[in-house]
Design a protein around this ligand. Structure first.
Ligand code: BTN
Length: 258
């Protein structure tokens, strides 16, 4: 990974593991030991895969791309959440180039294809004593070769195989994902989220849809701000910014934008 303000890392350091509790935990240990930016941990299977908000992330061995990437941008910790937007955009790039799948981003960081979730992203970070970020671990789980999902996920999840009708190799997809992450991260390092905003809008699932905001307020998601906040025209009228948390999209077709 490289970008302005930091010397380019010339090699990717890849730890390709078979079975781990969570690639996030393995990489957190490596980060604490001083591992460089660009260090990647992958696994064929996780016994305790973690999702957002304390949820579990399910996988069956060999069917998913499970990876964690270490980033060390010297930024204020308040900007860290933008990295999940960067990650989601990169995943849509990779799904397009690797499998010609037209994927969409549900703010902030779910990737959907044909209306179902194909990828989840988990951002875990540590701030230094100066309030600046020490590191971020970007965890990405992509459903690659599943032909079926557990009942509780069935209607909401999809995989590359289900979408394309053919088998895909998680290791090959990894190269596409890392290339895309490197490119999008460099763009973000250079010019911030404003550089990615147009591309994000083009891939957005959320924009134009009725939503319920974290506090329960309803409205329509109309845009994404230069800092990555979701802009919602509330039912009561005012435009509000959502900077974190889950925004529930309500079923139905997009209703247009401001
Ligand atoms: C979510 O949608 O809730 C986020 C899921 C993130 C899953 C990935 S799989 C690789 C990495 N290791 C984990 O334990 N979680 C992330």
């Amino acid at each position: 990974m490289s970008g302005p303000g930091r010397a380019a890392a010339t090699t990717r350091v890849l730890h390709a593991l078979d079975e781990v509790e969570s690639t996030q935990s393995v990489l957190a240990g490596l980060a604490a030991g001083g591992a460089p930016e660009g260090t990647v941990v992958t696994a064929r299977h996780q016994t305790g895969g973690r999702g957002r908000r304390g949820r579990a992330w399910w996988d069956r061995p060999g069917e998913s791309l499970l990876l964690s990437l270490l980033l060390r941008p010297r930024i204020d910790a308040s900007r860290a959440a933008q990295l999940s937007l960067v990650g989601a955009l990169a995943v849509t790039d990779a799904l397009g180039t690797a499998a010609q799948v037209d994927a969409r981003i549900r703010w902030p960081n779910d990737v959907l294809a044909a209306g179902r979730k194909i990828c989840g992203i988990l951002l875990e970070g540590a701030a230094g004593s100066d309030g600046r970020l020490d590191h971020v671990i970007l965890g990405i789980g992509i459903n690659v070769d599943q032909t079926a999902f557990p009942d509780e996920l069935g209607e909401r999840a999809t995989s590359l195989r289900l979408l394309t009708g053919r088998s895909h190799d998680p290791a090959r997809l990894l190269e596409h994902v890392l290339d895309a992450l490197e490119r999008r991260y460099a763009e973000w390092r250079g010019q911030g989220f404003r550089r990615l905003r147009a591309a994000w809008r083009e891939r957005a699932f959320t924009l134009g849809r009725p939503v319920v905001m974290p506090g329960g307020t309803t409205g329509v998601a109309v845009d994404i701000a230069e800092d990555g906040a979701l802009l919602v025209r509330t039912t009561a009228g005012p435009l509000e910014r959502v900077v974190s948390g889950e925004v529930e999209t309500i079923a139905g077709a997009p209703v247009g934008r401001d």
